[in-house]
Design a protein around this ligand. Structure first.
Ligand code: ASP
Length: 298
């Protein structure tokens, strides 16, 4: 099986006219780096779960993406982070929400996947992280010039800033996986949890059908059970992954929400769809590596 890896770095109100060419290039370059890290794992026969995790870790560590460092802040300026992942081979899943001191929430989600639980939240999740040796950082680590100025902007303009990072992969063994991580929606109420850590909403993987990672206005993605709806449309309506994804994004649009979705099938068919002005996204396979934010990918 030829391996393939897709990522997203969030769908949102990206503006072609105001984004500087430096910022545009850094965002594309960071996505290329993340794809190369994940693809190297797939090329040497590693599994899709590890590839998606390491891809997401690279994006979590960048200040240009809303996850890990520089994740979105609550209205009182705190980073409360969420993540989840699913292994399409075993259907095991790990989910974490509302952690405030974990450098890479996706790594904690993987520890949870390898435990007797599926979902841990807040204080209990951090206590578990301590036992598992997951890296802690102070809350200050997450507070950057970028997210502070975004918080101010959102408060003034009363608009929504979206984000999130995610990856889906097909490995040489034919297995699929999905990982998603986020700071949530900027200026959110403390304690608010979106779709990202919820299996079936922001993340899903079944190696016989597909792997999905979502980004967007989480309340709508939860209510439409977005990721799992795509899987069931493919399974029962026999829609291809792109059509199923468009249908679900259109349903969300008619409910009042926007966002984007990446997905891959066991045959390597893929989707990178969005209903926002842009979505940071890319993919890599044996032939090419392409990334983009607006229509064109390069
Ligand atoms: N889906 C994320 C959430 O609602 C945010 C995003 O993807 O922009 O928490």
């Amino acid at each position: 099986m030829k391996p393939k890896l897709l990522l997203h770095g969030g769908a949102g109100n990206f503006d072609k006219n105001t984004m500087s060419s430096d910022e545009y290039s850094i965002r594309l370059e960071t996505m290329r780096e993340a794809l190369k890290i994940g693809y190297a794992i797939l090329e040497r026969g590693g599994n899709s779960l590890d590839a998606t995790v390491e891809t997401v870790v690279h994006l979590e560590n960048s200040t240009y993406f809303n996850a890990g460092k520089s994740g979105a802040l609550t209205w009182n300026g705190v980073a409360e982070l969420d993540a989840s992942l699913m292994d399409g081979a075993t259907k095991n899943a790990g989910c974490v929400s509302n952690v405030t001191h974990i450098k890479n929430p996706i790594l904690l989600a993987r520890e949870i996947l390898n435990s007797e639980h599926v979902f841990l939240t807040g204080f209990g999740a951090e206590e578990f992280a301590l036992q598992r040796g997951v890296e802690f950082v102070s809350q200050n680590y997450f507070i950057t010039e970028e997210n502070l100025s975004d918080l101010e902007r959102v408060k003034k303009a009363n608009k929504v800033i979206l984000g999130t990072v995610g990856a889906v992969a097909l490995d040489i063994h034919g297995q699929l996986a999905s990982s998603t991580s986020t700071g949530g929606i900027m200026n959110k109420r403390p304690g608010r949890v979106g779709d990202t850590p919820i299996i079936g909403a922001g993340t899903y993987a079944d190696s016989t059908i597909g792997a999905i990672s979502a980004t967007g206005h989480g309340e709508y993605f939860i209510r439409s059970v977005a990721a799992f709806s795509i899987i069931t449309r493919m399974q029962y309506l026999h829609e291809d992954i792109n059509l199923a994804t468009k249908e679900v994004l259109n349903q969300i649009l008619s409910m009042g929400g926007t966002g984007g979705i990446i997905g891959i099938t066991p045959l390597g068919d893929m989707t990178l769809e969005y209903t926002t002005p842009g979505m940071q996204r890319g993919f890599v396979d044996e032939n090419e590596i392409l990334v983009g934010i607006f229509e064109e990918m390069e």
